[in-house]
Ligand binder design. Structure first.
Ligand SMILES: C[S@@+](CC[C@H](N)C(=O)[O-])C[C@H]1O[C@@H](n2cnc3c(N)ncnc32)[C@H](O)[C@@H]1O
Length: 259
């Protein structure tokens, strides 16, 4: 049985539903393309204004965040170079991508997707992309000087190993001092986890047609900052930790395995 079902989303673009994670790859309500552009790409490029930008896209999935970045870059001639790093452990999914019904805005990048899926990399004068076919937790530890993280795994309920305090600490360590992280999640345990890992937490700017998410940053931003100390005092929310989560997709050594 195939692990994926095609679903049309609120903006007309398509996503997949994963039967193993019991979740869609994008918000069906907000729309796959709109979610990529308005929750990740636009807020990130509004805030990070550098000539050379390094992006970590967690995880590649259908590649919509990565392709939406390239689409948006065509409107940002001041950016000289973009390097994108993206892990994806599902090889069966990657093999489907050359025939996935991308929206017309992203369809011109189909040859790039074919090259990326076949060789694991793509490069031209301005853009380089590395698609790592394996585990995100292992992959991120080898990166450095990341300016933008698109934190876009399945939900903490379905894929908790990519939302733990330890993972957020790894992200914090590999980011540039002016780096920012975008995520669709507004959950208090997620925001608290990012805060405990050393990030400042901001409300994402409202964009028409999508529910705003969260922006986390290492430095100050011109956005509404959330008072996480007050949140921590008022909330009983529990931050996820590696040795407490059970993730069907992952086999971390447990503290009680060390005997
Ligand atoms: C919500 S989808 C990402 C959607 C993607 N950002 C896009 O724009 O199409 C989450 C992806 O994370 C992948 N994944 C889950 N756990 C992973 C892990 N430990 N390492 C690498 N990939 C993982 C899944 O296979 C899935 O493709």
């Amino acid at each position: 049985m195939m692990d994926y079902e095609l679903r049309q989303t609120g903006d007309g673009s398509y996503t997949l539903y994963s039967t193993s994670f019991d979740e869609c790859y994008h918000s069906v309500k907000d729309g796959a393309l709109r979610e990529a552009l308005y929750k990740h790409v636009l807020p990130a490029f509004d805030l990070v204004q550098k000539g050379k930008v390094r992006i970590l896209d967690i995880c590649f999935g259908l590649g919509i965040n990565t392709l939406a970045t390239l689409y948006w870059l065509e409107r940002l001639p001041q950016i000289e170079r973009v390097e994108i790093f993206s892990p994806e452990m599902d090889r069966e999914l990657l093999n489907l991508l050359p025939t996935f019904p991308y929206p017309q805005e992203l369809a011109p990048y189909r040859p790039l997707i074919e090259e990326l899926v076949t060789t694991g990399s793509y490069g031209d004068g301005r853009v380089s992309i590395e698609l790592f076919k394996g585990d995100a937790r292992e992959y991120v530890r080898g990166l450095e000087a990341i300016d933008i993280v698109y934190q876009d795994p399945f939900s903490p309920k379905r894929n908790p190993i990519l939302w733990t305090l330890e993972f957020f600490r790894d992200l914090h360590r590999i980011m540039d001092d002016s780096g920012i992280l975008t995520t669709y999640s507004v959950a208090t345990p997620v925001r608290l986890g990012l805060y405990e890992a050393g990030f400042s937490i901001y409300e994402a700017p409202k964009k028409i047609g999508v529910r705003p998410g969260t922006i986390a940053s290492k430095g100050p931003l011109p956005l509404n900052q959330i008072d996480m100390e007050a949140k921590r005092r008022r909330s009983s929310a529990k931050v996820l930790r590696d040795d407490e989560v059970v993730d069907p997709t992952y086999n971390l050594p447990r503290s009680n395995d060390q005997t």
